[in-house]
Design a protein around this ligand. Structure first.
Ligand code: ADP
Length: 412
């Protein structure tokens, strides 16, 4: 009993059954024991074989099957004689004598336990209570396992339902604001056009529609991206110079909006990355840095190296992240308590996306923050080794054989 008590928590069903079988055989000093699990819908009993695979038999086959269907314990002194149809199998597995007892709770029949020995003498009539006890104990353990499985399936379903709800309310809220603007503005233009078809086009109104529609499109893209990464999107990896990547990101912002500082790198900054994805990560971090810095002080991207990794830091002087919110900052849909006062749009998906992408590159992302004093997000990405003959003074991706992009499974 002591041996089997931990089995309720063993995840692998076959391992749990094998251990129960071994414990039951030991308790009798028998040749072996075998638990058959009932599958009532298909009318079979499933047994784990010594090599760890499943074996199925009709639920009335063998002496075990008879015990299962009759719901009674059976002691067969000479199994081959009592069940001649399977005589050969009993002999092959050294089962001269067999005791079988149904495993059941009050509510359902779970299966059957049979213990077998190559001689009758080990089964002493007075000891037969032991097989009942083992069958009862097996029932408790197997039922506990089933309940635990149901509970975890239920928790997973509840979690999925909760996420769906969060997703819907976050999405509905965020999509509604720009949608209201687009709709209102478009209806206004429509009415004006009906009143005065020849009036010149309202350029500002049209620009507003375009701007809000772009925002809508960005939000939808972010939602779909998070969904794809969750399901394990593939990364399209190829060697790239991280300084080029950083430079490209900087150029996307107006002059002076983002400054870049590079510590003279001792080694070339070439990493195997999905360039579009890493740019998306940097863009997200820079956009957050701008968004959460109300006085407009420009953020900086710093590039350093340490321990064979490139470190890309996005440093801002903004509102910071309050201590109690730090643990959850990379979670889906999470927004810190001080974010709302800055902007009420934001799905809380950007950092989740960053985290997933960096993880799938074998890298890490973390941050340091002082409330009111700014935040630094750091991405660490493993660098490729310098090919022979290169000094590392010319950190250009061309020095590496770009080859074909490698694909890496997302959850590898
Ligand atoms: P959001 O769309 O809300 O910006 P993110 O996933 O990008 O979503 O960020 C999650 C939350 O992390 C934000 O709502 C904000 O509270 C906090 N945060 C992210 N970046 C910064 C930053 N640079 N400074 C302060 N808070 C930040």
């Amino acid at each position: 009993l002591e041996r089997s008590i931990h089995l309720a928590g063993v995840n692998d069903e076959r391992r749990a059954l094998s251990e129960l079988n071994a414990a039951a055989a030991d308790a009798f000093g028998a040749t072996g024991a075998s638990i058959g699990l009932a599958d009532p819908e298909r009318g079979v009993l499933r047994y784990v074989t010594p090599d760890g695979s499943w074996n199925e038999w009709p639920d009335d086959a063998f002496i075990a099957g008879r015990a299962f269907t009759s719901g009674r314990r059976i002691l067969a002194r000479d199994a081959a004689t009592e069940d001649p149809a399977h005589a050969e199998r009993y002999r092959a597995s050294g089962a001269h004598a067999v005791i079988a007892a149904p495993i059941a709770t009050e509510a359902r029949r779970i299966g059957v336990l049979s213990v077998y020995a190559d001689r009758m003498s080990i089964f002493i009539e007075d000891d037969l209570w032991l097989v009942d006890l083992l069958a009862d104990q097996s029932a408790v353990l197997l039922e506990a396992r089933t309940l635990a499985e149901h509970a975890s399936a239920l928790r997973a379903r509840e979690e999925a339902a909760r996420l769906k709800e969060e997703f819907l309310s976050a999405a509905a809220h965020d999509l509604r604001t720009p949608l209201t603007v687009v709709l209102g503005q478009a209806e206004l233009l429509e009415r004006r056009h009906q009143r005065a078809p020849d009036a010149p086009a309202d350029a500002r109104g049209l620009a507003r529609i375009a701007r809000e529609a772009r925002r809508l499109s960005d939000l939808v893209t972010e939602l779909l991206d998070a969904q794809r990464l969750e399901q394990g999107a593939m990364m399209d990896l190829a060697p790239a110079d991280l300084l080029d990547v950083v430079e490209e990101v900087r150029e996307r912002y107006a002059e002076g909006e983002v400054s870049v500082h590079v510590d003279e790198p001792a080694i070339a900054l070439v990493a195997s990355i999905d360039r579009t994805r890493i740019e998306q990560v940097l863009d997200n971090l820079v956009e957050n840095a701008l968004k959460y810095t109300p006085d407009g002080a420009p953020p900086e991207i710093r590039v350093t190296t340490a321990d064979g990794e490139a470190r890309l830091e996005v440093v801002d002087h903004g509102i910071g992240i309050p201590e109690p919110d730090r643990q959850r900052i990379f979670e889906r849909f999470f927004r810190a308590s001080n974010a709302q006062s800055i902007t009420d749009t934001g799905l809380g998906l950007g950092l989740y996306i960053c985290h997933r992408v960096v993880e799938q590159h074998g890298g890490r992302i973390w941050f340091e923050s002082t409330p009111g004093g700014g935040t630094t997000f750091t991405i660490a990405l493993p660098l490729l080794a310098v090919p022979e003959g290169e000094t590392g003074d010319e950190p250009r991706a061309a020095a590496w054989d770009a080859g074909r992009p490698q694909e890496v499974a997302a959850d590898a």
